[in-house]
Design a protein around this ligand. Sequence first.
Ligand code: ADP
Length: 270
Amino acid sequence: MSEEEATSEVAATTKQNVHKKIVYDTKDLNLWYGDTHALKDINLSIYEKEVTAIIGPSGCGKSTYLKTLNRMVELVPSVKTSGVITYKDKSILDKSFKVEDLRTKVGMVFQKPNPFPKSIYENIAYGPKIHGIRNKKILDEIVEKSLRGASIWEEVKDRLKENAYGLSGGQQQRICIARCLAIEPDVILMDEPTSALDPKSTLRVEELIQELKKDYSIVIVTHNMQQAARISDRTAFFLNGEVVEYDETDKIFTNPSDNRTEDYISGRFG
Ligand code: ADP
């Protein structure tokens, strides 16, 4: 690339991002599970109110990266990290950073819907109650707002006292999203949130993600490339613990810079 082309590329990138705030910034992140070097020199910025997709073949570190963003990965005793992740300019891997502060701002949705074995109402009210909210009227309002936010209010408003296990898989996943919203997070991390759902429920959740990005920053791990192409603004392609390429989703899927990205998205491996 000539110097002129490089300058204009930088200018274009700067222009695209000029109004975008960075929520999470990752610098030179490495992570080991014992001797397994699972994340290698990751540098990645997650932008506010966008959907960022993490794609790549199985075992390349997608989930691990997602779980460093809320420090859940520390639950594995053999884990060691180096490098820096900032969340809103606070260095979250520092020992002095209180992980509880992160958990109130960052919600997570897992591959398999995991509602609590409680009523639909209690599933949503659980987080706010833990944070000290006791007033029934306020809790009622939070429950309704969160269920509306997750596009499931109309389906469950007359059965709030019923056990959430009685709902379909797709409904349960939207309950889990509502449970996230109830803590008023900034960021929602999603780890293959539709892989256990049928196509119709998948579509519902994808539409919901598009709605939610107006108010939240979303990071989604998906093995489904069509899904990443449909719903994300930016895509990071992970391979063997490294970020091979990170760019606007359109660019990744139409004109990737790295041959390995091209090979992966065209189905040559993975
Ligand atoms: P992906 O989400 O892309 O499938 P993972 O982040 O789950 O990949 O895994 C990345 C690498 O880390 C793999 O080699 C996997 O075997 C290893 N790994 C993941 N979780 C653990 C764990 N709890 N203990 C040890 N190794 C793990």
